[in-house]
Design a protein around this ligand. Structure first.
Ligand code: SAM
Length: 316
């Protein structure tokens, strides 16, 4: 549907859980995680997406927390894929439990994956993620490519003095593999001021004149893309703090505990829990009004204000 700013809202980020296998410092909430027992069930997710499809949502990205912690993940994927009007279901994962499961995800209907990877160094990755194993991520990446979960996109949050010495090594992941590696500016969420850690995309680009600008895959994509001579893949920069893409934003979010969040950068959330007890028409009306009033302009761009919640509670 078209919102009050004239944007066509057709993309849902659906958080399946706030639980995670990892403990990345910039992402984890210190407290107040929605417990497993309060997470919405597969049938409720299906109903919510069915309603949103009536309002024009065409694309759904499953996220979290870590969506692969859901035991009913394959059921959720196939239920959502079967909804009339939904053209694509994708997922963002840390890939700790992807190896051995990529083909089943594809079979259930998943189109493609985004995989988070902040370091290629075994010990550093382990430390940054509070116990993760980067070897599993690399296995997951190759398995996702083999299963046809493409275009495969990797996400790296750059942090000064923490992983910025790996920028070029991380870019090399896109040399021989047909994947996108995207560098994301650290957003001020939940954990307060992170401006000293943040590396602006322009800083990385300035020192790498050999990057070749290329067209975006689609107009509403948040990344600005490049490639390099001899590379099979793309190198993208996502700059939510220094270069807002609000005017092209086409997405809304639903959290695992039933809150509709029209804008990542605005703390306003509308609970759908009461409406879920009512009729489809009532639910539809609340969704329609929330989407129509989606704010223009996030709180971090230009102002640098921190959001109340961490990404793990909202759904990245
Ligand atoms: N567990 C899955 C994963 O790790 O990909 C999905 C959820 S995670 C919240 C999704 C993405 O959000 C990750 O790539 C993570 O790095 C990113 N993220 C979390 N907090 C962020 C922040 N403050 N700034 C930028 N990206 C953030």
């Amino acid at each position: 549907m078209i919102d009050s700013s004239g944007r066509n809202i057709e993309y849902l980020r659906l958080s399946l859980t706030q639980r995670c296998t990892l403990r990345c410092a910039y992402c984890r909430a210190a407290e107040g995680i929605c417990p497993k027992k309060d997470e919405l069930g597969a049938a409720v997710f299906e109903r919510l997406v069915r309603m949103l499809a009536k309002l024009g949502i065409k694309k759904v990205r499953l996220t979290g927390g870590e969506p692969m912690l859901r035991h009913d993940l394959l059921e959720i994927i196939s239920r959502i894929c079967a909804i009339e009007g939904i053209l694509e279901v994708t997922m963002t994962t840390n890939a700790q439990h992807l190896a051995g499961k990529a083909a089943a995800l594809k079979k259930a209907g998943l189109s493609r994956l985004n995989i988070s990877i902040d370091s290629l160094q075994k010990e550093r990755y382990h430390e940054l993620t509070g116990g993760g194993d980067v070897e599993r991520v690399l296995l997951g990446i190759d398995e996702a490519l083999a299963a046809g979960l493409v275009p495969l996109k990797l996400n790296t949050v750059l942090m000064r003095g923490i992983n910025d010495d790996e920028i070029d090594t991380l870019m090399l992941l896109a040399k021989d593999r047909p994947l996108d590696i995207r560098f994301i500016e650290l957003m001020p969420m939940g954990n307060g001021d992170c401006s000293k850690l943040r590396i602006e995309s322009s800083e990385v680009l300035k020192t790498r004149p050999w990057l070749i600008p290329i067209s975006p895959r689609y107009i509403s994509q948040p990344s600005v893309d490049y490639t390099a001579a001899g590379f099979k893949g793309r190198i993208g920069f996502i700059s939510p703090v220094t270069n807002s893409f609000c005017e092209n934003c086409n997405r809304v979010r639903i959290t695992s505990d039933g809150l509709l969040r029209p804008c990542l950068g605005d703390d306003n959330e509308i609970s759908l829990l009461d409406a879920l007890k009512g009729t489809d028409e009532e639910l539809l009306e609340i969704m329609r009004s929330a989407i129509f009033n989606k704010p223009m302009g996030n709180t971090f761009c230009g102002r640098g204000l921190a959001l109340e919640k961490n990404m793990s509670k909202i759904g990245g």
